[in-house]
Design a protein around this ligand. Structure first.
Ligand SMILES: Nc1ncnc2c1ncn2[C@@H]1O[C@H](COP(=O)(O)OP(=O)(O)OP(=O)(O)O)[C@@H](O)[C@H]1O
Ligand SMILES: [Mg+2]
Length: 225
């Protein structure tokens, strides 16, 4: 799978990477200039558009990076990371709750994990009104579920959505916050880089559950990576 994802970095994605990279500088300049716009509504809209452009570029770049270079494994508190993400979405007025233990130490790639779960919650609050991040810890694995109350994804499309650059029709028609269709594939690549899996499930009565299972490393393996 990892090879297949790396293999997808063809001419098209290379070009996208180059453009994404080069666009960061003018966007930063525009951000600075926008601060001088006097009309407050106009200024804040401009800044939020620029933030959106920046985050789209970050997802392209992080997708390409994930195919090549891996962050080091470190002992981290996964429960704190998930609570931080919950708060970060709360700060921008999104309805996200955390359900799980207060602390859960595990050896993970912390920034990648943060990015992976953030991608899932971004989708959850875009397609649903409420999202829940659940963490379950067992002796040999961590299970992170991101649930929403949106329309879900049909069985026929579930597997497809994990592929890069694949977006649902409704997402393509949304002009606001529409991305490149990379969020789920980046998250999938991050789960695989942890030796784990990502799977999509139906939530009752409606909605999606995206489940990330990560193996918990034994003490002796900790220094190995
Ligand atoms: N929680 C969800 N509920 C319903 N559909 C979803 C959900 N998450 C993802 N999808 C569907 O899967 C598609 C792919 O999701 P993905 O996160 O990979 O891309 P995106 O959100 O469209 O763009 P990006 O993440 O790059 O900003 C979405 O366009 C949408 O159709
Ligand atoms: Mg997304």
């Amino acid at each position: 799978m990892r090879e297949r994802i790396t293999g997808l970095i063809d001419d098209r994605t290379k070009m996208l990477a180059a453009i994404s990279h080069d666009l960061r500088t003018p966007i930063t300049r525009m951000r600075l200039r926008s601060e001088f716009i006097e009309d407050e509504t106009h200024r804040s809209r401009m800044l939020s558009d620029l933030d959106q452009m920046r985050s789209m570029l970050e997802s392209v770049l992080s997708f390409l990076r994930n195919g090549r270079r891996l962050e080091a494994m470190t002992l981290a508190d996964v429960a704190s990371t998930l609570q931080l993400i919950t708060d970060q979405f709360g700060d921008i007025g999104r309805n996200v709750a955390y359900d799980g233990p207060t602390h859960a130490m595990a050896t993970v790639r912390p920034d990648d994990l943060h990015r992976a779960v953030t991608n899932l919650v971004e989708n959850a609050v875009r397609f649903g009104a409420e999202a829940v991040i659940r963490l379950r810890v067992s002796a040999d694995q961590l299970t992170i579920d991101v649930e929403d109350d949106g329309p879900g994804i049909s069985d026929a499309l579930k597997q497809n959505m994990l592929e890069p650059f694949v977006r649902g029709d409704e997402a393509r028609n949304m002009d606001e916050a529409a991305g490149f269709g990379l969020g789920l594939s980046i998250t999938n690549a991050i789960a695989i880089a942890h030796g784990g899996t990502l799977s999509l499930h139906d939530r009752q009565p409606h909605g999606l559950v995206v489940r990330m299972r990560l193996p918990v490393r034994q003490q002796s393996e900790r220094s190995a990576v």
